[in-house]
Design a protein around this ligand. Structure first.
Ligand SMILES: *Cc1c(COP(=O)(O)O)cnc(C)c1O
Length: 403
């Protein structure tokens, strides 16, 4: 008899963004003239950097000729891109070798797939609120246990991040094996200083735990004491994997490219033998993944040229200016806001103890602004909403003028 992976049946039926889309569609159907501005989903709006476009056009021409055509590439990515990334780390004083870098089709796939090489018995800790991919992929793998009435999974350890702790998670109270951290954070837009992140590295070293560090928003860091890579911290090469993405950094959300860094020093112990996670991931990728398109990798490599770097900087500055506009408008209107300084999201507390969904409905109906209810990212997101600064300047200014 056919059986399915019944862990999938435990997942919540209605995905957060589906519910938002429904509410927006209902409102628009009843109010077809309403000038609704979407500040909900975290997709980018600026076109690809010119340097990437030129490099991809050149790569397409290469594909048109027998002598320069490329078929299957290396599963772990072309050397030209891996070397450019390793060089970029080096320029920032971080030691990462090219063969510790795995090019992929994005950080969602990698953060979702990394569990393939980890035991089903690993105890997982997450910050709360959190990027839903970390939770759902652990549910699929059977690591999460059962969903409880309080919105938490019985086998996952939650590390709340709220205004009460300044969005700095405390170490898990029970021993865990895997810790997901995303800084600068989606959804809160907040981040950790070096010494705050070091606490987690020290914990991982002491407890033989693994940190899965999602640095998808690294390019938005503006403050000095904020680590751009977890590998800036002593000891991290022994206990951390870092995920990066060109999606928010260079508008690659639809173009698809990212990478994962697994230092050769990260090892697990199995029957008294040391097992390299770098080797396991290589084995996994070579079996289940056939590489990111050559054309796309050329587009990504162009981001490391001086033109590319300049264009990436301009793009990040554009979104950060949106974030500043959002922050200042909301503060002026009397709201309590967080984030938006080192990341493209502003996290606002709902007024008068309203629920996330009630405040979402208020903003939709009274201001015609679509946000994301914080509770959709986890129980500790209740009482907040997320506004994305990844929209156009025009829409951002127009939306904020409504406050
Ligand atoms: C957007 C985002 C990513 C990037 O995903 P891609 O698959 O590379 O587009 C990764 N992690 C977080 C937390 C994100 O918000």
């Amino acid at each position: 008899m056919l059986k399915v992976n019944n862990n999938f049946l435990k997942l919540a039926g209605s995905y957060l963004f589906t519910e938002i889309a429904h509410r927006v569609a209902d409102y628009k159907a009843a109010n077809p003239q309403a000038p609704v501005i979407k500040m909900g989903i975290g997709d980018v709006t600026l076109p690809l950097p010119k340097a990437s476009i030129l490099a991809m056009q050149k790569a397409i021409s290469e594909m048109a000729h027998k002598d320069s055509f490329r078929g299957y590439g290396p599963e772990q990515g072309y050397d030209f891109l891996r070397n450019a990334i390793a060089e970029d780390y080096k320029m920032n004083g971080v030691q990462v070798e090219a063969d510790e870098i795995f090019i992929s089709d994005g950080a969602k796939s990698d953060t979702g797939n990394i569990g393939d090489i980890l035991s089903k018995d690993c105890k997982v800790a997450l910050t709360d609120p959190v990027y839903p991919v970390y939770v759902d992929t652990n549910v699929m793998a059977g690591r999460a246990g059962e969903l409880q009435a309080n919105g938490m999974w019985s086998n996952i350890v939650y590390m709340p991040c709220t205004k009460d702790n300044g969005f700095v998670p405390s170490l898990p109270k029970e021993q865990v094996d895997v810790i997901y951290l995303c800084f600068p954070n989606n959804p809160t837009g907040t981040t950790l200083t070096k010494s705050q992140l070091q606490v987690f590295v020290d914990y991982a070293l002491k407890n033989n735990a693994l940190i899965l560090f999602d640095a998808a928003y690294e390019c938005f860091i503006t403050e000095k004491d904020v680590p751009h890579s977890i590998f800036e911290l002593p000891g991290a090469r022994q206990c951390a994997i870092e995920f990066r993405s060109y999606s928010k950094m260079a508008g690659f959300t639809g173009t698809r490219c990212g990478y994962t860094v697994i230092p050769k020093d990260v090892v697990a112990e199995e029957d008294g033998q040391k097992v390299s996670l770098n080797k396991l991931w290589l084995r996994r990728q070579c079996t289940k993944f056939n590489g990111t398109p050559y054309i796309v990798q050329r587009g990504a490599a162009a981001l490391y040229t001086s033109e590319g770097r300049q264009q990436v900087r301009q793009m990040a500055d554009y979104y950060l200016e949106n974030a500043r506009i959002i922050r200042e408008a909301l503060i002026k209107a009397g709201y309590e806001v967080f984030g938006g300084v080192n990341g493209p999201y502003v996290w606002a507390a709902t007024p008068n103890g309203q629920s996330s969904w009630d405040f979402f409905d208020y903003l939709l109906k009274e201001k015609n602004i679509v946000t994301t209810p914080g509770v959709g990212f986890g129980p500790s997101g209740e009482g907040y909403i997320r506004l994305s600064a990844l929209g156009s300047r025009e829409n951002t200014i127009e939306a904020m003028s409504r406050f």
